[in-house]
Design a protein around this ligand. Sequence first.
Ligand code: SAM
Length: 266
Amino acid sequence: MGHLAHGITRTGIDRPAPRAQRRATAPAHRPVNLLLLFDSDFTAPDQVVLRGRRLEHVRDVHRAAAGDRLTVGVEGGRIGSGEILHLDRDSISLRIALDRDPPPPLPLTLVLALPRPKVLNRVIAGAASMGVKRIVLINAWRVEKSYWSTPRLAPDNLRLQSILGLEQARDTTLPSIELRRLFRPFVEQELPAIAAGTRALVAHPAGGMECPRAITGPATLVIGPEGGFIDAEIASLARAGFASISLGPRILRVETAVAALLARLF
Ligand code: SAM
């Protein structure tokens, strides 16, 4: 069994195309390590038919053929392998055998000041790939109003970014993503209930305690906008029971901060 550069295994086929050739023909999305399957893909209990992005991906990026095996997972369910029964320009059919569970989720709710549209996709896919299962996107003083009108906040895009994150990480459970456009009512009326029974933390470079390492138990983590939280917001979060934590004097981009904080906390 050969291993492709991007981790999907296959048997009995020629080597991947040279890098330059792959770059020229690959679709915009990055290679995936798992094909995520949905109920609507199944044509029999152990068979699926795929079209669109996943077909293009298998055909043009993995350059797979009938008889190859790909790693697959069912949304919200188990992982296994899919043998390609048939592949042409229009569709691919696979026979599925599921034999293992996905990795455990992070016991974390991520509350994130809405980042700029360009960053949003990366943050959602990155958080999903790290195992976050609940994300709440909130407003803050330094979130630009225009960010709330980006088409990237459309449910279809948030779902696609989540799927890309899961496919990257070989996971199957989509995160829930909620939007809250009013900071104060959210922090005062909703956040305390979300954080109840969890370790409540707000990442804030200026002060607070050093970010704890390898905590046990669930957490609720709030991350600020690119300009940071203003003092009044940190004070509101403190009244809601959130302790400020810092990763030190380096000010990290939001997507870097999310990865660094999650890696440190869990
Ligand atoms: N100038 C802003 C400030 O000082 O708060 C920088 C904001 S930073 C680009 C965006 C968010 O990432 C911050 O609000 C915080 O939640 C998180 N972050 C970035 N660097 C951090 C650090 N060193 N420690 C803790 N959180 C950090």
